[in-house]
Write a protein that binds this ligand. Structure first.
Ligand code: NAP
Ligand code: ZN
Ligand code: ZN
Length: 348
């Protein structure tokens, strides 16, 4: 075991504060990574504040991790000391169930080991995430980060990137289709960039009029103020696919009725309270309402390689870790353009 530094919450209502703990030394298949940057996902806020009622404290959030390999175990094949490496939302899974065999470890029937706030099946106790100076992960769950991308701006690809890439691919979003992205935050702005890269006509739905210019700059073809019912009505029955990234309560029916016949709305945002679906918005037009959870490790690597090829990264605001509580407050107020990333050198 060795000492790791981090920021943690100790209780539902406590701010994040410095925290020291022990990580395992790398085993034969493990990679030890010096964390250089970690993105701040809205999930971190939900979990740090126990909004989904499943948090165990102390909690060290962070699952958009990039850094440099400092040590590898004897049997590690993919990485060597000095390589760039990334870790997303998962650090392990059973690897034998039907879903693991299908490269969908996020749906492991034995329960994937999430990067933080999950039982650690190797060391016991809880997993601690990326708001930390280092992490030790089995190489099977460590990703290769494209060298040509800005490293800090590629950290959010590990969650926001794959969470939007995976449903866009699953529903075969392509040229000639009209696609909606609801909410222009961390996930939403990645959804816009990726859907554009797949050739779609992209419409952003935002509640923030001050984001209209940015939405167009990020590649959107149209921007709709979702609070304006006339603007919403004009979009009725016209979408092949809509990706909803909203983290708070909102009227989902207002978006379902914008789908064409057989269109799909996929929910990736996770409001703490249930959403209410009017059956009428589904049965007229045989519309589909679905959900999606991050993506498997193979697809995460495919997404990173795609982003490397197409020069896609996140628009970020770099912060020292001491500003993390302020960043959470701003995230909740939709005041982020478009992802906070912690510069981990500030932890030393
Ligand atoms: P974020 O950066 O805070 O973005 C969320 C956006 O939703 C905001 O920027 C805002 O966009 C919109 N929004 C917020 N409150 C709203 C309201 N009351 N009504 C309508 N729109 C509202 O958050 P994020 O990091 O992208 O995460 C978004 C959600 O996805 C979170 O719930 C997170 O837990 C979840 N998530 C899910 C997965 C998964 O695998 N399914 C993975 C990662 C994250 P506008 O200002 O443009 O309206
Ligand atoms: Zn996330
Ligand atoms: Zn499994």
């Amino acid at each position: 075991m060795y000492n790791a530094k981090a920021f943690a919450t100790l209780a539902q209502t406590s701010p994040l504060a410095p925290f020291n703990f022990q990580r395992r030394d790398p085993g034969a298949h493990d990679v030890q990574i010096e964390i250089l940057f970690c993105g701040v996902c809205h999930t971190d806020v939900h979990i740090a504040r126990n909004e989904w009622h499943g948090t165990t404290y102390p909690c060290v959030p962070g699952h958009e991790i990039v850094g440099r390999v400092v040590k590898v175990g004897a049997h590690v094949k993919k990485f060597k000391e000095g390589d760039l490496a990334g870790v997303g939302c998962m650090v392990d899974s059973c690897r034998t169930c039907e879903n693991c065999q299908d490269d969908l470890e996020q749906f492991c029937t034995a329960g994937a080991t999430f990067t933080y706030n999950a039982p650690d099946k190797v060391s016991g106790g809880l997993t601690y995430g990326g708001y930390s100076d280092s992490v030790v992960v089995d190489e099977a769950f460590v990703l290769k980060v494209p060298k040509n991308l800005n490293l800090a701006a590629s950290a959010p690809l590990l969650c926001a990137g794959i969470t939007t890439y995976s449903p866009l691919r699953h529903y075969k979003v392509a040229k000639g289709q009209k696609i909606g992205v609801v909410g222009l935050g961390g996930l939403g702005h990645m959804g816009v960039k990726l859907a554009k890269a797949f050739g779609a006509h992209v419409v952003v739905f935002t509640t923030s009029p001050n984001k209209v210019k940015d939405a167009l700059r990020l590649g959107a073809d149209e921007v709709v103020n979702s609070k304006n019912s006339d603007e919403m009505k004009k979009q009725a029955n016209s979408f092949h696919f809509i990706l909803d990234t909203v983290a708070a309560q909102h009227d989902i029916n207002a978006y379902l009725v914008l789908l064409k016949r057989d269109g799909t709305l996929t929910q990736v945002g996770v409001p703490a309270e249930p959403l209410s679906v009017q059956v009428g918005s589904l049965i007229f037009g045989r519309r589909n309402f679905s959900g999606s959870l991050i993506g498997g490790i193979k697809e995460t690597q495919e997404m990173l390689d795609f982003c490397g090829e197409h020069n896609i990264t996140s628009d970020i605001e770099l912060i020292p870790i001491q500003k993390i509580n302020e960043a959470y407050e701003r995230l909740v107020k939709n005041d982020v353009k478009y992802r906070f990333v912690i510069e981990m050198a500030s932890l030393k």
